[in-house]
Design a protein around this ligand. Structure first.
Ligand SMILES: Cc1cc2nc3c(=O)[nH]c(=O)nc-3n(C[C@H](O)[C@H](O)[C@H](O)COP(=O)(O)O)c2cc1C
Length: 173
């Protein structure tokens, strides 16, 4: 697909059909995430793929709100960064996240970014990161940036074609 078309087509999809996504397609999406550029080429982002439906259901409580779609997703990808190794781990993870979203969109697979860094889980006083660490067992030294829910879309969304021209500045603000 033409890149401009792809950018226009990608939308946040929060409702999914029951259709599974093949391991081959999951691998293509994850590969795209790990092919993203990274600061000093340190490749600090790592990805935990979650396919187990019970785990996805429990993980839906990773945030007080805005993560419910994990219950019903075909799979999810938690993106963690080695925050001890790379000061730009947030940027590295963000690029891995958007590369995966674009790869999915190109394949006709819907997705939604679920912000976890700095957020609270549904459990009182437990951060999203602590909640996810307990479930997914990633080590200390790794920080959770976000989780992406993926699935075949069960909702219609228009393409994005408009931008705010006032946000473009030439030479000076
Ligand atoms: C950094 C970031 C964090 C986001 N966090 C959430 C989230 O926690 N839950 C959610 O439902 N959507 C989340 N989104 C999706 C945005 O709400 C969505 O991208 C925005 O409303 C624009 O819609 P679109 O993606 O369909 O163009 C997030 C997006 C970004 C880029």
């Amino acid at each position: 697909m033409d890149f401009t078309k792809l950018i226009e087509k990608r939308r946040s999809i929060r409702k999914y059909t029951d259709e599974n996504i093949s391991d081959e397609n999951i691998e293509k999406i994850v590969r795209a995430g790990l092919l993203a550029p990274s600061s000093r080429n340190l490749k600090s982002a790592e990805i935990i793929v979650i396919k187990d439906k019970d785990t996805l259901k429990k993980l839906a409580d990773v945030k007080a709100s805005g993560s419910a779609m994990l219950d019903g997703a075909a799979f999810a990808a938690a993106v963690i960064g080695n925050s001890e190794k790379a000061d730009a781990w947030i940027e590295d993870c963000s690029l891995a996240l958007i590369y995966m979203q674009l790869a999915a969109a190109e394949m006709g697979i819907g997705s939604c970014w679920i912000q976890c860094r700095g957020r609270q889980s549904k459990l009182d006083g437990i951060s999203s990161e602590a909640f996810a660490r307990d479930m997914l067992s990633f080590p200390e030294g790794y920080s959770l940036e976000a989780i992406i829910a993926f699935g075949i879309s069960a909702e219609e969304k228009e393409e994005i074609r408009t931008i705010d021209e006032n946000k473009i500045h030439f030479e000076k603000y």
